[in-house]
Unconditional design. Structure first.
Length: 414
């Protein structure tokens, strides 16, 4: 399928795919088994300038956007979904800084994220605040020129490997959801330590840690946007970042099918290849169709997001303003529905395809030394993080209802 990618985007795909095949594929089993962080691969990703594909050139990026981040994440995930998170999770840290940081904050933190000099992480989940982010208990109390953080975050991707963290804490517990604010916290700040490292079903090459804050003082200027706007920061970030999770899932599904096709085309039973059996062919056809349909939705959504966001980003850089304010000035729409659709469709597809690939490969597909079972384990998390698919369906439905009500109101007014 021709998705009319630009020459630069095609080059990014080729570079990411080549790096994945030559550098990541030979070692993915090692990192999956040992759960080590893939620092040598991170260095290769840095040299290839793949960390900053979505960031403006003004901050050392390649000047791309959601499309470029999707393309890189998909190609790396096609070989290893866990290693892909080194880039994707760092991007999740950078997006809220790009959208809600002032000119000084953007210049301070984005160049290091663009170069990969420092990895980023995004931390919103707490033991009692998963899908319900409004239940945040981590506090940030203003004392003079500093906020003092106290509390715990968990399930933080990039964990101890990151050096910059976008964090959400309540600055006014009495205001509930409207009391949550967003901050940037740097590794090494006194009072900021790490709790346990999680041992997961899949994406084992990605470190997942608890973060502990005990009277951790961060400068007041580390507040993103305004007090009480934390959920706005998170929601608008997810609108732009959920296609990244969808890309990870899409890559995992495609990778599982790639490995399966290589095997069933040569594996014989009853004097014929497994691929020649009609029952298997139907599973192959369904898998390929679902993957391509998911890719079409994902690419279309990412392109639409960039078309809406890039004018606001360019204006903010030129005028020294905040991107979110420029988005409001330009009356940019929310992409909650479409980004949620991408996440649901791609992750559900990845899980179904990966399970079917194990089935098509038979007994060998269940073995740890054969890569298809890893794709199945990696796929599952994409249905869960950055908003479970059940929560995504709630948000999609809510936006559909809201749009229908708005259209009805316009029709009545006309």
């Amino acid at each position: 399928m021709d998705y009319e990618l630009t020459e630069q985007q095609q080059d990014i795909v080729s570079l990411a795919a080549l790096l994945a095949q030559q550098k990541i594929k030979p070692v993915r089993e090692h990192y999956d088994q040992t759960e080590e962080f893939p620092w040598p691969i991170v260095e290769e990703l840095r040299k290839a300038d793949l960390f900053g594909v979505y960031l403006p050139e003004a901050y050392g990026g390649l000047g791309g956007g959601a499309v470029e981040l999707v393309l890189v994440t998909e190609q790396i995930s096609r070989v290893c979904g866990g290693i892909a998170l080194a880039v994707a999770a760092s991007g999740l840290c950078g997006i809220p800084i790009l959208l809600f940081g002032n000119a000084e904050q953007r210049q301070k933190w984005l160049p290091d994220l663009a170069s990969g000099k420092r990895l980023g992480a995004f931390t919103i989940t707490e033991p009692q605040a998963g899908s319900d982010a409004t239940a945040t208990k981590c506090t940030a109390k203003l004392e003079g020129d500093y906020y003092v953080l106290n509390g715990q975050k968990n399930f933080c991707s990039n964990g101890n490997a990151a050096e910059l963290y976008t964090l959400f804490a309540t600055t006014n517990p009495n205001r509930g959801a409207r009391g949550i604010s967003a901050f940037v916290v740097e590794k090494g700040t006194p009072g900021f330590t790490f709790g346990k490292k999680e041992h997961k079903m899949g994406i084992r090459a990605s470190w997942t840690y608890d973060l502990i804050f005990n009277n951790c003082k961060i400068p007041k200027k580390n507040l993103l946007y305004k007090e009480g706007y934390g959920l706005f920061v998170a929601q608008n970030t997810f609108d732009m970042s959920r296609p990244g999770v969808a890309a990870q899932a899409l890559g995992i599904g495609q990778g599982a099918l790639d490995e399966t096709l290589s095997y069933i085309r040569v594996r014989k039973q009853f004097n014929q290849t497994i691929a020649s059996f009609q029952a298997i062919q139907h599973m192959m056809a369904d898998s390929a169709t679902q993957i391509e349909a998911s890719r079409a939705l994902l690419y279309a959504t990412a392109k639409a997001i960039d078309k809406a966001f890039k004018p606001a980003i360019d204006a903010a850089i030129e005028k020294g303003t905040i991107v979110f304010d420029e988005m409001n000035r330009l009356e940019c729409k929310r992409w909650t529905k479409e980004s949620g659709m991408c996440k649901v469709m791609c992750s559900d597809t990845a899980m179904k395809v990966a399970v079917d690939c194990v089935q098509m490969c038979g007994g060998i597909g269940y073995m740890r030394d054969f890569p298809v079972e890893k794709f199945m384990r990696d796929a599952k998390i994409t249905q869960i993080y950055e908003g479970t698919n059940q929560i995504q369906r709630n948000e999609i439905a809510m936006m559909i209802i809201k749009e229908a009500a708005s259209k009805q109101k316009e029709a009545v007014a006309a």
